[in-house]
Ligand binder design. Structure first.
Ligand SMILES: Nc1ncnc2c1ncn2[C@@H]1O[C@H](COP(=O)(O)OP(=O)(O)OP(=O)(O)O)[C@@H](O)[C@H]1O
Ligand SMILES: [Mg+2]
Length: 263
């Protein structure tokens, strides 16, 4: 099983949306998929179909309250096995962050206990980078997806963090989310980012802005089901195809033949 961490240096970049969407799209491609929520906002479960916030989850397990996280997992309609963060108090988070600092491979060890075949994949949503949660996810990951909006502050902070992300040894890729190519400022921000990260920023790894994305979530649906021919749905499928090929060890494949047209 391989692990994919989704991190970002700004809030609201779209990593929870992306983690949930990719989990479902990879499950629909026949992969065993697990999703872990390491963000105290505890939102991943809502994206994956829970109608209330899970009370118990990884947060309590990390805080060492004798709650094994395996006992607080759920499975969604597409077969994604997911571990919510759970509702935690500030004291619990302070305790578990200290533990994560002491046990840098806590998450990697926990994920290693998932009984998946080699074809399996675990996707990890995290608190904003830098944080203990994001550091754990990066350490456990084979692939780190840095989700970023094409905005100057987001691109500048990611450019600054990028060298330290690469040090962990995983493959690191940038996923630009909420792209609106008509906005010149976005092109400038991406040019700045590309200068800092080089080929980690690939044209195929981007999702266009689509106002229907939050609306679909509010209806408990997926944009790629409700509007399968939209640009953002096409982008999400392209990204899922790329990850699917990467999981099979096929790198450098062109999984998005329309990417030049979509610019
Ligand atoms: N491509 C997109 N186009 C339009 N809206 C989007 C897109 N991607 C995500 N959103 C919306 O942006 C908002 C933030 O997304 P999300 O919660 O996934 O970000 P996040 O990085 O997990 O945020 P947080 O830092 O709060 O955890 C949500 O309302 C989501 O529906
Ligand atoms: Mg989130």
């Amino acid at each position: 099983m391989k692990t994919v961490a989704l991190i970002s240096t700004v809030g609201g970049a779209g990593r929870t949306t992306m983690a949930a969407a990719l989990a479902v799209l990879l499950a629909r491609r026949g992969r065993p998929v697990a999703a872990a929520d390491l963000d105290p906002q505890n939102m991943l479960g809502a994206h994956l179909g829970l109608d209330t916030f899970a009370r118990a989850g990884l947060g309590q397990a990390m805080a060492g309250q004798g709650v094994p996280w395996q006992g607080t997992t759920w499975r969604n309609a597409d077969g994604v096995l997911f571990a919510p963060h759970g509702e935690t108090t500030l004291a619990e988070r302070t305790a578990y962050e200290a533990r994560l600092a002491r046990e840098p491979r806590w998450l990697a060890d926990a994920l290693a206990r998932i009984d998946f075949s080699e074809r399996g994949v675990a996707l990890v949503d995290t608190a904003r980078f830098p944080s203990q949660q994001a550091a754990q996810a990066v350490r456990a990951a084979d692939l780190v997806l840095c989700v970023t909006p094409p905005e100057p502050a987001a691109c500048a902070t990611l450019a600054r963090c990028f060298p330290s992300l690469r040090q962990a040894g995983a493959l690191v890729k940038v996923v630009v989310n909420r792209l609106n190519p008509a906005r010149e400022m976005q092109r400038d921000a991406l040019a700045l980012l590309r200068a800092a990260v080089g080929d980690a920023l690939e044209l195929a790894h981007r999702v266009h802005f689509d106002a229907a994305m939050p609306e679909s979530l509010a209806r408990g649906a997926w944009l790629f089901d409700e509007a399968p021919h939209s640009q953002a749905s096409h982008d999400l499928h392209g990204l899922a195809n790329w990850i699917d090929a990467w999981l099979d060890g096929i790198v450098g494949v062109d999984t998005d033949v329309d990417s030049e047209q979509a610019r």
